[in-house]
Ligand binder design. Structure first.
Ligand code: RIB
Ligand code: CA
Length: 313
C-alpha cells in the first residue's frame, strides 16, 4: 500500500535530499512537485525542481507557485545557506524541461479532487501555495488526508530570529491560514529537526550508493556543511526537510503532542509559532475554537538516520 503525496518545495539543498528520499521510498507515490520562493526565487525553485526530477528519472509534473508572501515583507533569499543556485553553487547543468501550465494552487486543487482523502501534502517551504489553494477551493480542506509541514518551533529557538523558523517567517500570514484550516496538520519543526544531525559518514554512504543522485547530493551538501561549520560550529547538518518524508512513511519514529498553533504576523515576534494546549482556558481568545495540530516534540534520531541510510541503499 503506497501513500500519495504532493511535495511543495523551495529547492534548496535539504529540499533536494527530501525529494530524492521520497522518490526512493517504496511506500510513497509522489504525484507532483509544486514550487515556492524561499531558499531561492520561485523561478529558480521551479527550474531546480525540474532538474532534480530529470536527475532522478522521474517525469511527474512540476507547477510553479507564489513568488512572494501574502502580506508580509519579503525577506532576502538565504544564499549564504544554499548558494546562489540553491544547490551550493556547484554549477549543475539545469534541465530544459518545462513546468505544468497550471499554478501550484490549481494543481493541488485538481489532484486533491482526483484522489479525495488520499493525498498528503508535504510542505518544505513557505506556505503561500497551500493558502492560495484553500482560497481557490475551500472544499479541499475536507479532502486532504494530512498536511505534513517542515516549519516552526514551539520550545526550540528559531533559526531566523530567536523565535522564528525560516519557512514560517517567510510567509507568516499563509502559515496562520494553514494552521487555522480544519484539516490535519502535522508540524515537523525545529523542536525535532534540531535533534537530528547528518554527518559526513552518512553523506558519503549516500554518494557511494546512489550514482548521479549521490554525486549531486554530496557535492551540493558541501556548501551546506560549510555554513553549519562556519556559522553554527556544527559538524554536518540538521535534517530539516527530509524529516517530513520520514514522518510520512513512519510516524512511529516521532512523538507528538496536540497543540493549537497561532502564528505571529507582525512585530518583533513575527513568524513565531505560538502553541497552546487545547484544554487550556486562556484570558485572550486567539487560540479559541481553532483546529488542533499534531506537533512533533520528540524523535528517535538514530532510527531516523537509519531510515535515510536504508532508503538510499
Ligand atoms: O528552517 C529550515 C527550512 O528552511 C528548510 O525547509 C530549508 O530548506 C529552509 O527552507
Ligand atoms: Ca525547504
Amino acid at each position: 500500500m503506497t501513500r500519495k503525496i504532493i511535495i511543495d518545495t523551495d529547492p534548496g539543498i535539504d529540499d533536494a535530499m527530501a525529494i530524492f528520499l521520497a522518490l526512493k521510498s517504496p511506500t510513497l507515490d509522489v504525484l507532483a512537485l509544486t514550487t515556492t520562493y524561499g531558499n531561492v526565487s520561485v523561478d529558480l525553485a521551479t527550474k531546480n525542481a525540474l532538474t532534480l526530477l530529470e536527475l532522478a528519472g522521474s517525469d511527474i509534473p512540476v507547477a510553479k507557485g507564489v513568488a512572494k508572501p501574502l502580506a508580509a515583507k519579503a525577506l532576502p533569499a538565504p544564499d549564504f545557506v544554499h548558494g546562489k543556485d540553491g544547490f551550493g553553487n556547484i554549477n549543475w547543468p539545469a534541465s530544459n524541461r518545462t513546468p505544468d501550465s497550471r499554478s501550484a494552487a490549481q494543481l493541488i486543487v485538481d489532484m486533491v479532487h482526483q484522489y479525495p482523502n488520499e493525498i498528503a501534502i508535504v510542505a518544505l517551504g513557505p506556505l503561500g501555495n497551500l493558502a492560495k489553494a484553500i482560497e481557490l477551493d475551500p472544499t479541499i480542506v475536507g479532502l486532504v488526508d494530512e498536511v505534513i509541514l517542515m516549519g516552526g518551533a514551539i520550545t526550540e529557538k528559531g533559526n531566523v530570529t530567536p523565535v522564528a523558523e525560516a519557512n514560517i517567517i517567510n510567509d507568516p500570514h499563509a502559515a496562520d491560514i494553514v494552521f487555522g484550516a480544519d484539516w490535519l496538520v502535522t508540524m515537523v519543526g525545529l523542536d525535532v529537526t534540531h535533534q537530528v544531525l547528518m554527518g559526513d559518514e552518512l553523506l558519503s554512504y549516500i554518494r557511494d550508493n546512489n550514482g548521479e543522485i549521490g554525486e549531486f547530493l554530496y557535492s551540493a551538501t558541501q556548501f551546506y556543511f560549510d555554513f553549519y561549520q562556519n556559522r553554527l560550529d556544527i559538524e554536518g547538518c540538521y535534517v530539516h526537510d527530509a524529516s517530513t518524508i520520514v514522518y510520512a512513511v513512519d510516524p512511529s519514529i516521532f512523538t507528538t503532542e496536540p497543540k493549537v498553533i497561532r502564528v505571529a504576523v507582525d512585530g518583533v515576534g513575527i513568524g513565531q509559532t505560538i502553541a497552546a494546549d487545547p484544554e487550556h482556558k486562556l484570558a485572550l481568545d486567539y487560540w479559541e475554537n481553532k483546529p488542533v495540530a499534531n506537533v512533533c516534540v520528540g524523535v528517535d534520531s538514530e532510527r531516523l538516520l537509519t531510515f535515510i541510510k536504508t532508503t538510499f541503499s
